[in-house]
Design a protein. Structure first.
Length: 256
């Protein structure tokens, strides 16, 4: 009888999981369709840092495409990118609703902040890219243009539609995911894998790892690499304080 009950409970959990996954994918698909109708406007929003960076340079700038299907596929990508970015909180909520019934009250209170912080930190990373890193990186790359006085022909940028989008998406995801560092370290601290002293003692190694990761995740230019590394170093230091706070909370519960 117990085996039948366990099997029935397992099947009901799978059914519940399947229902939540279907809801998540359906919501993502519907939002993707809606975003496609505004894909040109969304792409224009993403291009705005480039447009502002070149606005006063006296050149007639444009974005080009070299394949018939390139712009169409780019609009599909930007639609899915936007839909996924916006629906992430909904998907996280579906995951929360699935696991919440099996958690104790104190476990729910412990996990809830991470569900809020994860999308907020990702958004913060994306905003840093859009409003600071991209304008600086664009000006840096444009500084290598030449009027032709020192070369036989002028060297001028004619950015491709899909390549520009790929660069923006890569940077937003790199910064967004990297900004999850405090969440990851806090979770590791809660399960006892790391503590604040461990993080302090390995600070010098972490600096090297962060700069190496920044070099791998970003284009090969100092602007984006330093722009990612410095916020990560700050977030690492903040993570030490958050881990210390978790340790103090645990000590208070133990003493009580």
């Amino acid at each position: 009888m117990n085996n039948e009950e366990n099997e029935g409970g397992f099947i009901s959990h799978l059914t519940e999981l399947r229902k939540r996954l279907i809801h998540s994918f359906l919501f993502l698909f519907l939002f993707f369709i809606g975003c496609y109708f505004f894909a040109e406007n969304i792409y224009g929003f993403l291009v705005d840092p480039f447009a502002k960076a070149v606005k006063d340079d006296g050149s007639e700038r444009r974005l080009i495409f070299t394949a018939l299907q390139e712009t169409f596929l780019t609009y599909l990508k930007v639609s899915f990118f936007t839909a996924f970015f916006v629906t992430c909180p909904f998907i996280l909520m579906q995951i929360w609703k699935f696991i919440a019934p099996g958690l104790y009250k104190h476990e729910k209170l412990a996990i809830m902040p991470y569900l809020i912080l994860t999308p907020l930190l990702f958004l913060l990373g994306g905003m840093l890219v859009y409003y600071l890193i991209m304008p600086l990186a664009i000006k840096f790359f444009l500084s290598f243009e030449s009027s032709g006085l020192s070369t036989s022909l002028p060297i001028q940028l004619e950015a491709k539609v899909n390549e520009y989008l790929s660069l923006v998406m890569k940077l937003i995801f790199a910064f967004g995911l990297s900004f999850q560092l405090p969440v990851v370290l806090s979770l590791l601290a809660r399960v006892g894998i790391v503590d604040s002293q461990f993080l302090k003692d390995r600070r010098k190694y972490v600096v090297v790892i962060i700069f190496a990761a920044a070099a791998l995740l970003t284009p090969p230019d100092p602007i984006t690499q330093i722009g990612l590394a410095i916020p990560l170093l700050i977030l690492y230091e903040l993570s030490i304080f958050s881990v210390k706070f978790i340790e103090n909370k645990n000590l208070e519960k133990t003493d009580a």
